[in-house]
Ligand binder design. Structure first.
Ligand SMILES: [Zn+2]
Length: 152
């Protein structure tokens, strides 16, 4: 399942990426354009905008859209996971910034690009082929795991 996040739910897009889902997000996109993009790419629209979900293309069932009930990203994430019955199995496999799939790297390959304290404690890394960010199982991921555990 792939997603297109409306302007007002960028944080949710990042969280879905953290769960391993392909979630596009453009901070400034017109409703019509978002709908076209989602239809063309077979994406589920995520929005806080009730009017968008009243469009004929959504009401007719041609385009799936989730109207988010809450402003808090954790509650939004919980709603999406519940409504779409997501079973995230590829968590932490995608860049939070670029939405690209990460590639595994050996410790030696990234040694000169991570802080010494990380090098000393972590052995597995991934790199984003787009922006070159290095990811590892640090405190950030730990926090995300905790939030995800709270989704069940
Ligand atoms: Zn990236």
């Amino acid at each position: 399942m792939r997603f297109a996040a409306d302007c007002n739910v960028g944080k949710l897009a990042r969280w879905l990426r953290a769960l391993g889902y392909d979630a596009v997000y453009h901070p400034r996109i017109a409703d019509g354009e978002l709908v076209r993009l989602a239809l063309a790419e077979g994406r589920v629209v995520l929005t806080r905008d009730r009017d968008l979900t009243r469009r004929r293309v959504v009401v007719s069932g041609l385009l799936r859209a989730v109207l988010l009930e809450d402003d808090q990203v954790r509650l939004q994430l919980r709603q999406v996971v519940r409504e779409l019955q997501l079973r995230p199995e590829r968590a932490l496999s995608r860049c939070l910034e670029c939405n690209l799939e990460l590639e595994l790297r050996d410790a030696a390959e990234v040694a000169d690009r991570v802080p010494p304290y990380v090098r000393a404690t972590q052995s597995s890394y991934s790199e984003c082929p787009g922006c070159g960010r290095i990811y590892w199982a640090g405190t950030h991921w730990q926090h995300m795991h905790e939030v995800m555990a709270g989704l069940a």
